[in-house]
Design a binder for this molecule. Structure first.
Ligand SMILES: [Zn+2]
Length: 181
């Protein structure tokens, strides 16, 4: 894969912002995950973060297990124009729901900071026989430093929210970041 320097810079800038949004979620009592939708010119179309622990409002999804960061972004963005030209950035590898929604909406590309070895849908997006999923370009964990930051941020939630075998996968994938949790 060839990635132009400007594109690399853009990935880094936006992934850092998803991590900042993730920290805001944690502060507000939700799970630490943030997401952005960005157009081909590098303009942010919508910002979102996990809101599962917060009340639902007229403006924002919330107070529901499906109030994931990527769903918040998609609700904010409304009807998408030229979705194939959009990139979804997330601090964590999207789950089946959010990966599926991205395929349904025909988002062109998904970039995430940290893998989710239990709940992530990246494998499905990459290997699925579903034609809409094959249309999505995926860029998993392009920056080791940000991957580590995201893993440390989400690790306590992974232990709390996932079954033992899910947590075991996290321990295996991110031994340093899950140590002592
Ligand atoms: Zn999700």
């Amino acid at each position: 894969m060839t990635t132009a320097p400007s594109e690399t810079t853009q990935h880094e800038t936006f992934l850092r912002e998803t991590l900042a949004l993730a920290r805001e979620s944690l502060k507000q009592g939700s799970s630490p995950i943030g997401a952005l939708l960005v157009d081909k010119n590098g303009q942010i179309v919508a910002r979102g973060r996990n809101r599962t622990g917060e009340p639902q409002t007229a403006e924002r999804v919330g107070d529901a297990s499906v109030a994931h960061a990527e769903m918040d972004v998609f609700f904010q963005a409304g009807k998408l124009e030229n979705p194939q030209e959009l990139t979804l950035y997330s601090s964590l590898e999207p789950c089946l729901m959010c990966g599926g929604a991205s395929a349904l909406l025909e988002v062109g590309r998904i970039v995430w900071a940290t893998a989710d070895p239990w709940g992530g849908a990246g494998r499905l997006l990459a290997w699925s026989n579903h034609p809409a999923m094959q249309e999505i370009e995926i860029v998993p964990c392009p920056f080791p430093e940000l991957e580590t930051e995201g893993a440390s941020l989400f690790a306590p939630e992974a232990k709390k929210a996932f079954p033992d075998k899910g947590w075991a996968l996290w321990r295996k994938k991110y031994p340093a970041e899950t140590e002592g949790i």
